[in-house]
Ligand binder design. Sequence first.
Ligand SMILES: O=C(O)C1=C[C@@H](OP(=O)(O)O)[C@@H](O)[C@H](O)C1
Ligand SMILES: C=C(OP(=O)(O)O)C(=O)O
Length: 434
Amino acid sequence: MKHNIILTKQGQSARGTIQLTGSKSECNRALVIEALSTGKVKVENISDAADTVTLAGILRGNEEIGAESVIGEFQNTQRDTRTPHLINIGPAGTAMRFLTAYYAIGNEEVVLTGSERMKQRPIGVLVDALRSLGAFIEYEENEGYPPIILKGNFQQQTRNITIKGNISSQYITALLLIAAKLPLGLELHIEGELTSRPYVEMTLAMLNQAGIGHTWTENVISIEHQNFAETSLHVEPDWSAASYWYAIAALSDEAELFLPGLTSYSLQGDSVITEIMANFGITSVFKDGGVYLTKEPKPLARKIFDMKECPDLAQTVIVVCAALGHNATFTGLETLKIKETDRVLALQTELAKIGVKLIEKGQVYKLDCSEKQIPQRMFVSTYDDHRMAMAFAPLAIVIPGLEIEDADVVEKSYPAFWTDLQKVGFTVQEKAES
Ligand SMILES: O=C(O)C1=C[C@@H](OP(=O)(O)O)[C@@H](O)[C@H](O)C1
Ligand SMILES: C=C(OP(=O)(O)O)C(=O)O
């Protein structure tokens, strides 16, 4: 059952040490690599994000649907003719896309499905690419959307694939992850603009750590058929989760926060939050094996933020600007409409409660805070989106009675979020049933 909480904050300063869980993105890649490497690659510092726990359960927990059904060492295995395995990955988009590629090159029949929202998140671009590689995939309900039936019996037809880059980088990552297992390797031609590029770079860097080389020339990424090396992949703390601590610092009068384990060089593009938040007076100092955040009041230096390479930071930064009354401009928000919810619409609806408008003009979004009014109480709807809950939570610093719907939604990527808030002076109260 869904339950709401009332969040309050004592005092105007935020001080404490917060140990963040491992990066959901890195961990999901590491788990697929581990499975494809049939045990050669091990994952260290596994995340407790629910999406990762779900993926680990699927890839590690069930031998029959795990690594051994994938081509390679077991290429000649007879197709499993039993009732297809039904795998439900809930709201985990990354897991959905990665497993689609993983099972597409397998030998047995698998039905992949997810939450109601997952059935509205497109997968056609990836399915088309896998079909042209030689996979047999059908749709169970709506063309282009989960659930999908992966029929097994994969026989590679070509190594050349063309794929659109502007819808989700997860399709590209999914193909790159399986590339080295393909008998002919893969030559991926990315058509048009590439969105969320740092996530593709993360994939290639992690494959590299696992012994898989690649070339990337202009819009073509090539990976030859090759073997994984015996190695460990260490998962860094989650920079997207760190962004909520930057937001808390930005809305507090004073902040001294330490986030252990984060380093100035990261595979995660969301580490750009350090640069974005410098505009809000937040200084990041990397020492003692982590990052210290401090705050000094500063007029907003930058007025235009392009979120194309860091879409998961969009809600964090937009809510901070709204709360501070900065009429900033945002670009690169197109992909937000197909994530856990339509995040543009969700932001517009919730920001309207503090009198702020997010106005869409083609591909440019303008925040209009001219009628901003901070209420005494606010109810935040979260739309089954962890990032709606976490991005709006810092508003408790300025709104005395902030009720957040469906507190457990944060489990998707950051289960300890509410417990961690209590370490820096937030109070989290269960909302009594009405
Ligand atoms: O590859 C990944 O781990 C992710 C890629 C991004 O998605 P898109 O490529 O669809 O923007 C991001 O929003 C998501 O949370 C995680
Ligand atoms: C978009 C996200 O996740 P996914 O696509 O993996 O569901 C996210 O974590 O913000």
